[in-house]
Design a protein. Sequence first.
Length: 178
Amino acid sequence: MRNTDRGFTLIELLMVVSIIGILAAVAIPGLLRARMAGNEASAIGSLRAINEGQAAYHTSCGGGGYAVDLADLVKPPTGSAQGFLSPDLSSNGIIKSGYIVNLARDGAATTMDVGSAASTCNASTGTPASSYYANANPVTPGGSGMRFFATDVRGTLFFSTTATVPNPIPAAALSVVQ
């Protein structure tokens, strides 16, 4: 047997495996941060879509009120095939890109019912309200996202890095998404 037919030594194989391990240890945290940033961007996009859908619902369907459930924003008005919000946000508690998205009546004491569910153009199940609250919370805080997001009738997106943004939103105590 010639010396050139030996193949790789155990030391050479261990060196290759250790180099691959070092590269993985450096790359994986960056990939996880990139995934969380993508999830957060998706949550922000979902809340912006809710704000736009609410504006359209308010002016054309809700009789001056806002929907209090995502299912009501997805329902198309009579004579149309398209709702005010895309079907990927079809119900409260839906998980989208690592975030749980919800819509509710604003918890402020000044929030009132506006008309009735039957008076809406899409036969909403919930009675429209004078204000709404929408939030997106990470499924796994620190894993699927670092920030908790919320919005309301003002259309501003707020976030917290520690816990769910309360309903009603105390604007003075929170950061605003730019």
